[in-house]
Design a protein around this ligand. Structure first.
Ligand code: SIN
Length: 485
């Protein structure tokens, strides 16, 4: 069946339980980054449709918050099941609009669905407290209540999972949502809305608007007093802007921003495992994740061995269309991303670093960048200081634990970090010393619905996933009971 004949292939937005076009009829073209072909169009909505969606979510909130946790959980579970029933279709759509290999896209759909399952279960566990009173006639109780309407702004690199990671805990808590997905990958978001509709959420509980004018929608979300909470995944630059804008209405805000992840290999590490971990963490999604290792550090005793084995493996990665079997590296999302990757590699070359493998655009596709390993980079280069967001791995040499901790922490970012080693005491010391929200110890993959995902420093505010992830959508209310004689 052609993708466009699928019920999950939508060209309208979902507001208040209805599928709608933009009021002025404007549309956005959605392209396949591999061959640049037009896949479909979605509405280019503006402030007026955004307000309509917010108002619908506000009205629906009054009903949804009163559902029992069990009632909310059962609709979420239905949504989860529908996502699993459509893994292949959702993954094909995702690869077509985003470019990542199909196996990774299927992984993302399952990963995305796992947040829905997890938070369906957590819905029942938003417990309050009873606190011993501060007077003989006093009793203290604490309850947790949903914050209200959520404005969710989600990125193109995980067009499915970054939606469910925000929306599932919000809905489980009793909030209602308006989602603005990336204009580069809106089809996966609209497919999720279709499945939400089939799952039976009451109208207005989940709304999606697509737009080319992200700043206008960001401004509406942050200034509209009916929106009680913003959750954003994207660049640190835009995150800071939203944080400033949200200040006027003192809105709650969660931010999952950029990273500059260190990946450290100590002399005593299992080198084979470290190489596998580095490949997984660096080249997933062609390097386009916030948790991709950005700066690799190998201790001097194993530097050459690690570099050689890592380069050999990287050379074996197959580039091409994500829809073809066996492809590991797909296209970058757009020309702007490619230009930036070229710029950081050129900067490293000009500074005297050595390209061990890769270092150029694929001969077969003008948006695919070859898996690239750079030896002997320095800390003044862009590869040390900027989030690369592409398949480029600079490998720095270090001597001591103290030195590498200082290098690893020498950044404003603090999202993911990784290290490989076997010395038990050092593992504790290093894990404690890394100024990051997440530390992978002898593993290059740390994303899961059951753990708290998030950063410190300029990498963000709040945690997604795990038992902590629902707290961001709940207000604490304290009740003081007097006169209990
Ligand atoms: C991200 O890149 O923002 C998310 C990556 C993940 O969940 O693993």
């Amino acid at each position: 069946m052609a993708m466009s004949n699928s019920t999950l292939f939508k060209s309208e937005c979902f507001i208040n339980g209805n599928w709608m076009s933009a009021k002025n009829g404007a549309t956005i073209d959605v392209h396949n980054p591999f061959n640049r072909e037009l896949i479909g169009t979605v509405p280019d909505m503006g402030i007026s449709e955004c307000r309509e969606a917010i108002e619908a979510a506000h009205v629906a909130f009054k009903e949804w918050r009163d559902y029992t946790a069990g009632e909310r959980a059962s609709i979420l579970k239905q949504w989860h099941q529908l996502q699993l029933d459509h893994v292949d279709e959702l993954a094909r759509l995702l690869t077509t609009e985003q470019g990542k290999p199909l196996a990774e896209a299927k992984g993302e759909i399952r990963y995305g669905a796992s947040f829905v399952e997890w938070f369906a279960e957590e819905a029942r566990r938003t417990y309050g407290d009873v606190i011993p009173g501060h007077g003989r006639d006093k009793r203290i109780t604490v309850i947790k209540q949903p914050v209200g309407v959520l404005g969710a702004i989600t990125p193109w690199n995980f067009p499915n999972a970054m939606i469910t990671r925000k929306v599932a805990p919000a809905l489980a808590a009793g909030c209602t949502v308006v989602i603005k997905p990336s204009e580069l990958t809106p089809l996966s978001a609209l497919a999720l809305a279709e499945l939400a509709d089939q799952a039976g959420f009451p109208k207005g509980v989940l709304n999606i608007i697509t737009t080319n004018d992200a700043p206008a929608i960001g401004n509406e979300f942050t200034s509209n007093r009916l929106v009680k909470k913003i959750s954003f995944t994207g660049s640190t630059r835009v995150g800071k802007l939203l944080l400033r804008q949200a200040a006027d209405s003192v809105k709650r805000i969660s931010l999952e921003l950029g990273g500059n992840a260190p990946f450290i290999v100590f002399d005593d590490a299992d080198i084979d495992k470290a190489v596998d971990g580095a490949i997984a963490s660096k080249f997933r999604n062609a390097g386009q994740t916030c948790v991709c290792s950005n700066r690799l550090f190998a201790q001097e005793g194993i530097y050459d061995e690690f570099l050689n084995r890592f380069s050999e493996k990287a050379k074996g990665l197959t580039m091409g269309s994500g829809l073809e079997n066996g492809v590991h590296i797909g296209p970058l999302i757009e020309d702007k991303a490619l230009s930036f990757v070229k710029e950081v590699v050129a900067d490293a070359q000009q500074g005297g670093a050595r390209i061990v493998t890769g270092g150029k655009v694929s001969a077969d596709n003008d948006l695919i960048y070859e898996p690239t390993i750079i030896a002997n980079p320095t800390t003044s280069m862009k590869v040390f200081n900027e989030e690369i967001f592409g398949p480029v791995a600079p490998v720095f040499k270090f001597k001591t634990e103290e030195e590498v901790i200082s290098l690893a922490n020498d950044t404003n970012y603090g999202l993911a970090s990784y290290f490989y080693g076997r010395d038990y005491a050092r593992i504790w010391r290093v894990a404690e010393a890394l100024e990051y929200g997440m530390v992978g110890i002898n593993t290059g993959m740390l994303s899961t619905a059951v753990a708290p995902f998030g950063g410190v420093k300029e990498s963000g505010i709040g945690r997604e996933g795990s038992k902590y992830g629902i707290e961001d959508f709940l207000n604490i209310k304290y009740m003081c009971w007097g006169g209990v004689e």
